[in-house]
Design a protein around this ligand. Structure first.
Ligand code: ATP
Ligand code: MG
Length: 522
């Protein structure tokens, strides 16, 4: 069916060939040799071949063979056959003392019928490598590499004579679809008809964008058109699988390009329609960009490598379209877009099945991205309140989000004096008491002192104490807190709760007033 292209590369003929052979661990060579000695074909295949040829360290190693799973198990008795797709997991011990790993050894196979747009209805074992390679998604992922060692056996099937005359060469590259050429051209090209391949498995569209970001490649035009045409079928893919690809895109340093590709290829409207609502939505005189452009540019300029912070940058203004008001023909306002934005962010992340702690972190960053800060005006106690709300561990990330927000607005300076001063203030209050745990008195002390049983009242008294200590750290003194607790103990639970809340509300209003004063503070 395909014109067979067996390229023989002699050691030394090509730099990446030398690299490939050097980088292939002995345990992989051993697996290949053992399979060949038992009379089977064996190749390393897929993503690891692509990475080797690009002189990148492969993340994992895959071996493909014409041996059926039961034969693979005979050769590797401690292997585990876990599924029906021909994959045997062979445990290996890397020589460099790293933890034990597994290598996936998979029988050649083909896949038929994808009525649900994500799983093949049937998987069939095959006898030829060509069949196996043609089921793979992209040309750069559809190459196989045969390692030729001293113990290698000549392989008769589908090899021309030349290959064993030259069997002292380091390896043979089996490249039926022009993968090596596409690696050179830096393009992601579907194997076969793009539209058909995306119809079979819609996740491949996300994989194409993810690989382009990871490798710094472009999509080949026909592959790109295939995605635009089939984009709607992404809705058949589970949230978890979309999330995994999205995280991988955000983790690369091409996250901005990745989100723009998703937008241009019409995938983003299914993944995060809320973000697309910002397209064409103008802001006010403080902003030169529309909401959508500002969002993606904030992502682009995020100084943090953490995907959670990048996602927060992308989503921080997600609620601007629905909170936009134009009062008396004047400037647009976006009151509460931070609070509502946190809710929208949570909704998006729940839909995409993100982990609870990631949802908490990203929503907290979005909720707090408008914090007010002006040198000289803002007190240590308000910085402590901010630290309490955001959590000490998230402060650097909140600053990173603010830098992203500024740079994404087209404001040239990354970190103005104001933000540097805030960092200084944060450092200054770093060891101050901002949580109940940091008070000079704890629940046990209170129970003994007041002679009361464990219960909500203890917690309520601690909350009031904390709200007062946040305002004035000098009060965090055991003697004083004991005296104050005796006073507070005269109040009932309801009064105590109101008192703690009052303090928070009162301070929140002060903060809000400040924000309003400057309207939108950068
Ligand atoms: P990485 O391991 O760096 O995430 P990879 O390309 O190795 O990237 P894997 O998910 O490990 O990706 O898959 C290994 C190989 O299996 C791929 O290189 C590709 O040949 C094939 N493959 C994986 N997923 C698909 C898919 N959805 N459709 C077709 N082939 C696939
Ligand atoms: Mg892989």
């Amino acid at each position: 069916m395909y014109i067979l292209a067996v390229i023989i590369i002699i050691l030394g003929a090509n730099d990446s060939a030398v690299f490939a052979i050097m980088q292939t661990p002995d345990y992989i060579k051993n697996i290949v040799e053992k399979l060949e000695q038992a009379g089977f074909e064996a190749y390393i295949v897929g993503g690891c071949v692509r990475d080797l040829l690009m002189a990148r360290q492969p993340k994992d190693w895959d071996v493909t063979t014409n041996a059926r799973p039961e034969k693979i198990l005979e050769i590797f008795p401690d292997g585990k056959y876990k599924n029906d797709f021909g994959t045997v997991l062979v445990p290996v011990k890397p020589a460099n003392g790293e933890a034990e790993d597994v290598v996936e050894v998979t029988t050649y196979r083909s896949e038929q019928g994808y009525s649900d747009r994500r799983h093949p209805d049937q998987v069939r074992f095959e006898d030829s490598l060509e069949k196996d390679l043609s089921r793979r998604d992209f040309t750069v992922n559809a190459m196989a590499l045969r390692l030729i060692t001293h113990n290698s056996q000549p392989v008769t099937q589908m090899r021309d004579k030349k290959s064993y005359e030259l069997r002292d060469a380091s390896y043979e590259l089996i490249d039926l679809f022009g993968g090596a050429k596409d690696l050179k051209k830096k393009v992601i090209r579907a194997v076969g008809e793009p539209e058909d391949r995306f119809k079979e498995d819609a996740l491949r569209m996300m994989r194409a964008v993810r690989l382009a970001c990871q490798l710094g490649f472009m999509l080949e035009p026909k592959t790109e058109r295939g995605i635009v045409k089939m984009a709607g079928s992404i809705k058949f893919i589970s949230g978890e699988r979309l999330r995994d690809e999205l995280i991988k895109i955000l983790e690369t340093d091409k996250a901005y390009e990745g989100i723009m590709m998703l937008h241009e290829f019409k995938l983003l409207q299914y993944l995060m329609p809320e973000l697309e609502r910002g397209v064409g939505v103008a802001q006010n005189r403080h902003h030169i960009y529309t909401v959508f452009n500002h969002s993606v540019l904030s992502l682009k300029h995020t100084p943090s490598k953490k995907w959670q912070v990048k996602l927060a940058s992308l989503l921080h203004d997600i609620a601007k379209p629905q909170t936009k008001r134009i009062s008396s023909g004047q400037e647009a306002t976006f009151y509460n877009h931070d609070i509502i934005g946190a809710r929208v962010t949570e909704k998006i992340m729940r839909r995409l099945k993100f982990a609870g702690q990631d949802i908490e972190k990203v929503t907290s960053l979005v909720r707090n991205h408008m914090f007010y800060y002006n040198v000289g005006e803002v007190t240590e106690s308000s910085v402590r309140r901010l630290v309490r709300k955001v959590g000490e561990e998230n402060l650097a990330d909140l600053i990173a989000l603010r830098v992203a927000d500024r740079l994404g607005s087209g404001v040239p300076k990354a970190k103005p004096y104001k933000l540097r001063h805030l960092e200084y203030m944060m450092e200054k209050v770093r060891h101050d008491a901002v949580s109940v745990k940091m008070l000079a008195i704890n629940g046990d002390d209170l129970m003994k002192l007041l002679g009361i049983a464990p219960g909500p009242k203890i917690g309520a008294i601690l909350d009031v104490l904390l709200s007062e200590v946040i305002e004035d750290q000098k009060l965090n003194d055991q003697k004083y807190l004991e005296t104050r607790s005796l006073e507070l103990n005269k109040m009932d639970l309801k009064e105590l709760r109101e008192k703690a809340k009052e303090k928070i509300e009162e301070k929140k209003m002060e903060d809000d007033e400040e924000i309003k004063k400057e309207f939108y503070v950068k």
